[in-house]
Design a protein around this ligand. Structure first.
Ligand code: HAM
Length: 425
């Protein structure tokens, strides 16, 4: 097939026949975020590259290898957003949102772009539902954000998801931990992969995330961040766990969760499914108390998460869960010629303005094919508009499920009548 009829590798078409799945997930996610007091925010698809270099971190895989970066016509470096957090922080600073009453609670749906090797559940363009909360430093905020994600998952009916949490401390306790980690890995220096060797000096915690067989064997006995937390970070993490316990949210502490983005401090977490293969993280996030300042704002606590919508839908499909179905056609108007077709078009216009889903022939089909099409649409009712019907201003409404017919007037009472019939009154 010609390349112009092929989508780029790692992208997906979301087709009309499956869009009801997306709508269901988006509706439940938005409703849940709103009951938690979050307001929607929409930020640009692309930002200046520096935002992600500073925000996400120049030593991360995302920034080093995966960004879609290009120069615009004025030679400025632009990047398609690889994640949603940095853009929200930038928008909040630029628009003075931190000057309003805090906490600022936001949610968003965004496309993200990462040049990764595509596989099941891993795309180059994917969709996230995210939540970002600012100005809330207490462990209650961590528990609230985790509980929001947990509620979305539960309200969608998704089962068998495990929650793993960890604390990666603040820069102060992490400095001590980095020393211990470097010391530990020094002994294996000649065995480490090139990426780990490079990270050993700049970002040693990322060594715990290396998937290579040789390097991952070393992490078993590596020092654990939880043993290095300062008193404040320890108290904070204990506070988060106590609140999750109070909410009866089950979790396990996994000291190996370090996350792939540099901005995290203290709590980090992942919701993981075993039903969709190796890319099982359906939702991930954590606290990022230094990020607002890093990007140029006043020091402001921040935290949030993002849920991968393709992955959550994959889990829902694998568990055969129900979605809210798209509404079907309420009424099909079948016609014979130009005169009846124009009449039907005007009638459809009136009924559509009253909120009904109405279809009529726009393909020049024969009467018989129109009836076939009405069946295909699974229309609830059908009405034949011939010249007799136009002259008498009345017609028969046929219920497609059982063929039962009622006479109706084509005047202004039609909407009311149709409404009563549809509601089975
Ligand atoms: P992340 O872990 O990079 O975090 O991505 C969050 C979620 O997006 C993942 O758990 C996964 O479900 C989905 N995801 C990531 N990459 C892909 C991909 N290539 N294909 C399909 N789905 C993917 C962030 O993006 C942070 N901004 C989350 C956050 C918000 N932390 C605090 N606030």
């Amino acid at each position: 097939m010609d390349i112009i009829c092929k989508r780029p590798r790692g992208t997906e078409d979301k087709l009309p026949k499956e869009i009801y799945k997306w709508r269901t997930v988006e509706k439940i996610a938005a409703q849940t975020a709103e009951v938690y007091g979050c307001k929607e925010i929409r930020t640009p698809t692309f930002e200046y590259t520096e935002l992600f270099q500073r925000g996400v971190g120049s030593t991360t895989d995302v920034v080093q290898k995966e960004m879609y970066t290009f120069d615009d016509k004025k030679g400025r470096s632009i990047t398609l957003k690889p994640e949603g957090t940095a853009g929200v922080v930038r928008a909040a600073i630029e628009n003075g949102l931190f000057n309003d009453a805090l906490p600022l609670k936001t949610y968003y749906f965004t496309r993200c772009f990462r040049y990764e090797t595509p596989q099941s559940g891993r795309l180059r363009e994917f969709n996230q539902f995210g939540v970002e909360v600012f100005g809330a430093a207490s462990p209650s905020a961590d528990a609230e954000v985790i509980s929001l994600a947990n509620d979305v998952i539960n309200r969608l009916g998704v089962k068998n998801i495990s929650l793993e949490i960890n604390s990666i401390g603040c820069p102060a306790c992490r400095a001590e931990y980095y020393k211990a980690l470097k010391n530990y890995y020094e002994q294996y220096k000649d065995k480490l992969c090139d990426t780990c060797l490079e990270r050993l000096d700049r970002n040693p915690m990322r060594l715990l995330d290396c998937k290579s067989e040789i390097c991952s064997a070393f992490k078993e006995n590596a020092p654990r961040i939880l043993d290095y937390l300062c008193d404040d970070c320890k108290t904070h993490f204990d506070g988060v766990k106590a609140r999750l316990d109070a909410l009866d949210i089950k979790y396990t502490v996994n000291p190996l969760i370090v996350r792939g983005l540099d901005y995290y401090t203290n709590t980090v977490f992942e919701f993981i499914s075993n039903d969709i293969g190796s890319q099982g993280a359906v939702c991930a996030g954590g606290r990022y108390n230094g990020l607002v300042e890093e990007i140029g704002g006043a020091p402001t606590a921040g935290l949030g998460f993002a849920m991968g919508l393709e992955r959550i839908i994959m889990v829902m499909d694998s568990q055969s869960l129900d979605y809210e179905q798209d509404a079907k056609c309420d009424l099909y108007l079948a016609t014979f010629d130009d005169e009846t077709n124009i009449y039907a078009m005007k009638l459809a216009q009136r009924l559509r303005n009253d909120g009904f889903r109405v279809e009529f022939d726009t393909c020049g089909r024969s009467f018989k094919s129109q009836m076939k099409y009405a069946n295909k649409l699974d229309a609830a009712y059908c009405m034949v508009i011939g010249s007799d019907e136009i002259a008498s201003r009345s017609a028969k409404l046929k219920r497609m499920s059982d063929g039962e017919e009622v006479s109706v007037s084509l005047d202004d009472t039609l909407s009311e009548k149709l409404n009563m019939l549809m509601m089975n009154i």
